[in-house]
Design a protein around this ligand. Sequence first.
Ligand SMILES: Cc1cc2nc3c(=O)[nH]c(=O)nc-3n(C[C@H](O)[C@H](O)[C@H](O)COP(=O)(O)OP(=O)(O)OC[C@H]3O[C@@H](n4cnc5c(N)ncnc54)[C@H](O)[C@@H]3O)c2cc1C
Length: 330
Amino acid sequence: MSHTDSKKTCEVLIIGGGPAGISAAVELCRRGFSSEDILVLEKGPAHSYSIQKFYTEGKRVDTDYRNEKAPCEGAMCLLPGNRESALSTIEFFIHYYRLRVLCGEGAEKIIKTGDQFFAETGQSEFFSRFVVVSIGILGKPNKPDYPLSSELKNQIHFDITSQPIENSEVLVVGGGNTAAEYVHYLANHNRVTLSYRKREFARLNEMNEETLKKMAKEGRADLLLGTNISAIAKAGAKIRVEFKETAPRLFDRIVYAIGGTSPEAFLRTAGVEYEAKQPKFNERFETNVKGLFLGGDLVFPKGTIIKAFNSGKVIAEEIGKRREEIGGRR
Ligand SMILES: Cc1cc2nc3c(=O)[nH]c(=O)nc-3n(C[C@H](O)[C@H](O)[C@H](O)COP(=O)(O)OP(=O)(O)OC[C@H]3O[C@@H](n4cnc5c(N)ncnc54)[C@H](O)[C@@H]3O)c2cc1C
């Protein structure tokens, strides 16, 4: 995996080197594409950077995450394991198929002119006949609707691995599995409170719900269910958190786990149409922009690694078919 600083042309440009993007590349190779025909652009310093960044070390990886069961349909599959085993499975395929994954290349813009796509990163330009966008939905974490003062920027987090969080009074905000896993992880070295706007957990898997409740019972975490934050402000070295329903509290740090958004602006620039905040695509995951496909979490409201792998196979089948139709090289 390397950095690039030149203009490059390829047949299929894959934007996003996570499970969906890597699987699309693997499935293309299995259909007769040479790895020279394919380029994978990855914004992060390594492939599958969302997994590397958002999964805590040793995190258990479920194959039926969020109760979404999907059999593996292509070459890439996953056994129940952990973050590290999932990453080494993906790594194996990258090496086996000699995929060209260019790290540190975050696509900023993509445009179709005639039959060709043009993509731009901060430092390079790429031209291709087909594009697969598989950038996930985690790129831009959701922010709360009250102001976050810049004075608090070192005490506010949107993940827990960019900066070590230790020996602190931490407030985790959110009610999904990510929030639950953050609480579990942070409680090893911190005093942790969870604020969730609903009175009952609605989106947790059984194990996370059980773990949270057990932690609360044993005094290892505080659960503030049915609480909505109205404002936060600096209070000396602490953060004063105002709740609509209960008295204010002081914390050292706040970790938000309130979900991500679809990278709408990026796709809209490429001409992809949206409906009800979701990009439009057909059953082969092709958008209204002919030759531009979406994979992984961009096409599944409840994404999983296996579903992302499977989307890569569907896309590769369609691109393979299209290449035959237009008489491309075999
Ligand atoms: C905390 C957490 C725990 C999870 N646990 C599980 C689990 O146990 N089991 C399971 O099956 N699923 C789990 N999931 C879901 C799973 O991680 C996703 O469904 C899967 O990773 C989606 O794959 P993807 O390739 O679509 O996107 P991603 O994995 O998000 O990969 C997208 C890639 O694109 C890169 N990228 C983003 N923007 C750009 C850009 N502009 N240019 C170039 N590259 C870009 C990113 O850095 C990233 O590497 C979990 C998710 C989270 C957040």
